[in-house]
Design a protein. Structure first.
Lengths: 700, 317
């Protein structure tokens, strides 16, 4: 293992004679995992320092070593992982040299951790109360005292009825509630360092915003130092004082969060930021940039800069020498020989496929709707157990149009997609038509052509593709089934489709397991396009992918739409992505459409109070001050929706509106408030415009 | 949950009903006639006819089935042809003996194999893990009667440590009774150890790798506390359910072991009934052993539900 230049103080916070002892410090940390007897390095010479009370963000794509850094700090590496060089220091003490008992003391009351997937982080066979109380029990409190302290701890993370939550089991909690419980356990003993590893990934935007609020509030009251790990740059921006960008186990850039994100000096950071869809710039205005190539394999040891193979500014020197981490223009640290050139990183060459095709803007004189939904409803169960998950959905989609579908989990988005696909039959009286012809309720009632005309791309390509078949087989089979071609023709067509999706010919004989997540999703898209579809339902197609891969997939979807004139129903909880891709947006809540309109009108308002709350919960990478409009409480159960307007229990605009009693008793209709813009609200567009403008003025 | 329970109960009854069908038709509806089979090929035709009449086997099959099942549900299994006494009189003690052997084997095998599985999981990939896994598997693939013969040869014939018959002479002390039972029970321990240990090992490994175990460790609990409070609690849920189904196997007639150790349990009874073509006895013995199996499986499901809060309490708040 080579140890290259390792200055004793790598980070400004650690230098300076008056600097306090950092809460956490990595000194030239190298971590390796032993795979088949060989040490493969996952962290290389990572040095960072977090001052007491400071929030430090660690960003990077999957596989870059973020979580490894977190577990190294907790001294809880996987059984095959080990620190091969360097040290982890907690408040000046070497964590690696501590006895097990001393380490336990640290974990008990000085360092805590919160992770992704909160429900999995709680013991499924124990009640919440017992699990939280355990933290106090091992501190030496008796049972009664532990339980009453647990109740306080849960109250501190804004759980409304702690006593009731304590009696529940983890599976009875929502993701957001479970994450609050995990946070309550983590901060119960006033730790001096809190490590958060993707704490809000997988949660709804509104829930994410609330969880982040809780963390922020706890930080101000307790002054805890935070190591915040996330792939979401917007979240990092809203939470962290400083940020380190991790690439293939190396910190490539580090500094004050605002500076790094608004004026990055490493080509990787620059590229990463360009992959993210930004507010106000849709698919017609700007093409997303991507990062070519892939992360080097685990443990690969380059002689030069780790990022050289993917860097658009690469020179000979980058291939030969490894750049040291240096201060760039007295501002922040970057591991690049040419930091001043980074902002001028050339864009990835746009592809001939779509660059010059201009699409006509969608106007009302365009041909009639491709897909029409009239009075579509879905009820599961029957009699007294009936649950109406969709209610009176009226929608149309034009050819070549993208309709974004947003709403919190449980709003009925996926059910609506299933109805369109014929996977679930709608209630009697529902009408779903393609080109004016009624579609069969379920797949068995649809002709092969109709089945091919409405297709889907799933969130998780791993489970959508048959692992035993080759890529070519998967796609050609779909061509046979959906396109009605012979086997020979199908193989030719499959090869063409895969080439269009930019899946290299060498990979056509590979099985899905041999492909990266992005490539698998390309194969899944090729499969969906096998029967020349008219409508493709995209159900969170990029949620499992890194931003650079996501950008490439979104570009591909845009290109395909332009060349094939296909329509998309695009479902995502990532509002930024939905906004980028969609022409129109439908906002759903408890099985109803609350708002429907052009993407810009829906996002920039005046909009429905529910949409307003959703949009305002989105943390911005650009750090614009967002006026937060909060929804109170949890999503009511679909089995027992509130009376009147279904939102009235949580509505941010109900109080003081003067129509409260109407909201509580009468459900508003979905009405057109301006051309093409529909709202389900008792408040007029003018009234909403007024209310939303005042708050904006106040908060600025 | 209520619906789940109800479905299980209905399924259990359905299984039993199918079993009665199989038992009945296998013995009644086979070609040839029952009395002839009982009395042998050279029996007096009048006698055959009379026996058939006594047994009711000269009536139409559906009618026979109805009368038979009506009696069966009242636990009236008729008279044994071989012993000429009510079947229940033979069945009851046999069932008692079987239960004693089964429970004794159960009490031995469960703690040993669960402990073995836990140790294997904790030492994953090391020598002890491989040893337990390989030894358990090897022991399980050897049929129980081979173990029986081996044990008899070593401990009974060669070393004279243990008595060979499974049943102690009347009037023996409790200690002596269990000493007699030890060898037959050991055969069963050998057969089941590998299976239970493996399931335990898998459950423990899954729980060790689970996120909640990480949470527990990072709370600052000692590894002992983590294992006892968090790992085992979750790991043993599937194990216990699987183990409970094994009780059915143990109770439901261990023909080879009982024969080898000359132990008068249900297995022996079954074997004798077949040999002597004692149909009423055979039917009753098969039904009882099947019922025991179904009940044990049902109990296992019930236990799994009690141990698993996700099944015990619905997801609604």
């Amino acid at each position: 293992m080579t140890r290259n230049e390792r200055p004793a103080t790598d980070s400004p916070a650690a230098s300076g004679p008056a600097a306090p002892i950092p809460a956490l410090r990595f000194d030239g940390l190298h971590v390796a995992y032993k795979v088949r007897g060989i040490d493969r390095r996952v962290l290389s010479d990572v040095s960072l320092s977090i001052a007491p009370g400071e929030a430090y963000g660690l960003v990077g794509e999957s596989g870059c070593g973020k979580s490894t850094a977190a577990f190294a700090a907790m001294r809880y590496l996987p059984r095959n992982g080990s620190i091969t060089a360097g040290r982890v220091m907690f408040e000046g003490a070497n964590v690696g040299a501590m006895s097990n008992a001393a380490m336990r003391e640290l974990r008990k009351n000085a360092i805590s951790m919160v992770y992704q997937n909160p429900i999995g982080a709680l013991n499924p066979t124990m009640r919440i109360g017992a699990q939280v109380a355990e933290v106090f029990r091992i501190e030496g409190f008796d049972r009664a005292e532990s339980l009453s302290r647990s109740e306080q701890a849960l109250g501190a993370v804004q759980i409304a009825d702690p006593g009731q939550v304590m009696r529940r089991y983890p599976h009875q909690l929502s993701g957001g509630m479970a994450q609050r419980v995990v946070i309550a356990m983590a901060v119960a003993t006033n730790p001096r360092l809190l490590i958060l590893d993707e704490p809000t990934t997988g949660l709804d935007a509104t829930v994410e915003a609330e969880v982040l609020d809780v963390v922020r509030a706890l930080r101000t009251t307790m002054g805890t130092a935070v190591l915040f790990i996330s792939h979401n740059l917007g979240v990092i921006r809203s939470m962290c004082d400083r940020v380190g960008v991790l690439y293939a186990g190396h910190i490539v850039e580090e500094g004050e969060t605002g500076r790094i994100l608004s004026d990055p000096r490493h080509p990787y950071t620059v590229g990463l930021l360009r992959c993210i869809p930004r507010a106000g710039r849709g698919k017609d205005a700007v093409r997303l940039d991507t990062i070519p190539g892939t992360l080097p394999p685990l443990g690969a040891d380059a002689t030069g800069c780790v990022y050289a193979p993917r860097c658009g500014l690469v020179r000979d020197r980058c291939q030969r020498e490894r750049p040291p981490i240096v201060e760039s223009a007295g501002r922040h640290l970057t591991r690049c020989f040419f930091p001043e050139e980074a902002p001028a990183l050339p864009r990835t060459p746009g592809d001939e496929f779509a660059a010059n095709v201009s699409i006509p803007p969608i106007t009302d004189d365009r041909p009639a709707a491709l897909v029409t939904l009239v009075g579509v409803g879905k009820t599961f169960g029957h009699d007294d157990l009936a649950v109406r998950v969709l209610r009176d959905i009226n929608l149309h989609l034009r050819a070549g149009e993208t309709l974004g579908l947003v709403g919190e989990s449980g709003s009925g988005k996926t059910t609506l997609a299933k109805l369109l696909l014929g996977l679930v039959a709608p209630d009697a009286g529902s009408r779903i038509a393609l080109d004016g012809r009624q579609l069969g309720a379920v797949l068995g009632d649809r002709s092969a052509a109709d089945v091919g005309a409405v297709q889907i791309v799933f969130q998780n390509p791993d489970s959508a593709l048959n692992r035993r078949h080759t890529v070519r087989h998967i796609v050609s089979r779909a061509v046979v089934k959906l396109g009605g071609k012979s086997k020979g023709e199908a193989i030719v067509r499959a090869e063409i489709l895969l080439a269009e999706m930019r899946v290299d010919a060498r990979l056509h004989a590979a099985k899905p397991a041999q492909l990266s997540g992005g490539l698998k999703q390309r194969v899944a898209i090729a499969r969906a396009f096998a029967g020349s579809p008219r409508l493709v339902v995209c159900d969170e197609p990029t949620s499992a992918l890194d931003v650079s891969v996501q950008a490439a997939i979104l570009n591909l979807l845009v290109d395909l739409q332009r060349s094939e004139h296909v329509s998309y129903l695009f479902i995502s909880h990532d509002l930024g992505v939905v906004r980028y891709l969609s022409d129109r947006i439908a906002v759903m809540y408890l099985g109803r459409i609350m708002e429907l309109g052009p993407a810009d009108a829906v996002f920039s308002g005046p909009n429905h109070p529910y949409t307003e709350a959703l949009v305002s919960s989105l943390p911005s990478v650009d750090g614009e001050p967002t006026r937060r409009v909060r929804l109170v409480g949890e999503v009511p159960s679909v089995t027992d929706p509130p009376s009147g307007c279904v939102l009235h229990t949580r509505c941010p605009r109900r109080a003081g509106s003067g129509v409260e009693s109407l909201c509580d008793t009468v459900e508003p209709d979905l009405v057109e408030v301006e051309p093409g813009h529909l709202l389900r609200c008792h408040l007029s567009l003018e009234r909403l415009r007024e209310m939303q403008a005042t708050v904006a003025a106040v908060s600025v | 949950m209520k619906r789940f329970l109800l479905r299980r109960v209905l399924l259990a009854f359905l299984t039993l009903w199918l079993l009665t069908g199989v038992v009945f038709f296998a013995s009644h509806a086979l070609p040839g006639n029952v009395a002839q089979k009982v009395l042998g090929p050279f029996a007096d035709p009048e006698g055959v006819k009379q026996l058939n009449h006594e047994l009711g086997t000269d009536r139409p099959i559906p009618q026979q089935y109805v009368t038979w099942i009506a009696k069966t549900v009242r636990l009236d299994f008729g008279r044994s042809l071989n012993y000429d006494r009510p079947v229940t009189e033979k069945l009851r003690p046999a069932l008692g003996y079987s239960a004693r052997l089964a429970l004794f084997a159960f009490v031995l095998v469960v703690p040993i194999s669960i402990a073995g599985g836990i140790i294997a999981a904790m030492k994953r990939g090391r020598f002890l893990d491989r040893f337990i896994t390989v030894a358990g598997l090897s022991a399980a693939v050897v049929p129980e009667f081979v173990w029986g013969v081996l044990l008899v040869l070593v401990f009974g014939v060669k070393l004279h440590w243990l008595p060979v018959p499974g049943l102690a002479p009347p009037g023996s002390s409790v200690f002596s009774q269990y000493k007699h039972l030890l060898m037959p029970a050991l055969c069963l321990v050998f057969v089941l150890f590998g299976y239970i240990a493996r399931i335990t090992r898998a459950g423990v490994i899954e729980a060790i790798d689970a996120d909640y175990t990480r949470t527990a460790a990072l709370k600052g609990l000692t590894s002992g506390q983590v294992v006892v409070r968090h790992v085992l609690r979750n790991a043993l849920v599937p194990t216990i359910a699987v183990v409970a189904t094994q009780l059915g196997y143990l109770l439901g007639g261990l023909i080879a072991v009982e024969y080898l150790f000359n132990y008068p349990g249900l297995g022996q009874l079954l074997l004798n009934a077949v040999k002597k073509r004692d149909f009423p006895l055979l039917q009753a013995a098969v039904l009882v052993s099947g019922t025991v199996y179904v009940v044990a499986t049902f109990a296992a499901d019930l236990l799994y539900m009690v141990l698993n809060p996700r099944l015990r309490q619905g997801a609604t708040s």
